[in-house]
Design a protein. Structure first.
Length: 116
């Protein structure tokens, strides 16, 4: 695998590991956290670790992309706001997720998965 593809793989995986891990760390330190958040955070960490390991990279990156699309739609509904800071913040977060989805889709095609 080319070095730039490997770098993209590690950087994209780091988003899942760091953010999922951060929420789990907060829960371990007494921050109230819902069971759904704990489950999703554990899944994020697992996706990130599997992505770094390169295990079933195409499937893992596409699964991660689907998870980010769902997160964007559920957590950042910018279309519900008519203006102001909340609209700008939600739109930014939504588009950040979409940018990451683009990177994950590219990685799924460039990851060097062996075809049989």
């Amino acid at each position: 695998m080319k070095i730039e593809v490997r770098l993209a793989q590690w950087l994209l995986a780091s988003v899942f590991i760091v953010m999922g891990g951060f929420r789990l760390w907060q829960a371990l330190h007494g921050i109230p956290t819902s069971n759904n958040t704990l489950l999703m955070s554990t899944g994020e960490v697992l996706l990130g670790v599997l992505m770094i390991a390169g295990w079933q990279l195409r499937a893992i990156t596409l699964l991660a992309a689907a998870a980010l699309i769902a997160d964007a739609a559920l957590s950042h509904p910018f279309w519900r706001y008519s203006g102001g800071t909340v609209l700008a913040t939600e739109l930014l977060q939504f588009m950040k997720n979409m940018g990451l989805v683009g990177g994950l889709v590219l990685l799924s095609t460039a990851g060097g998965a062996k075809r049989r």
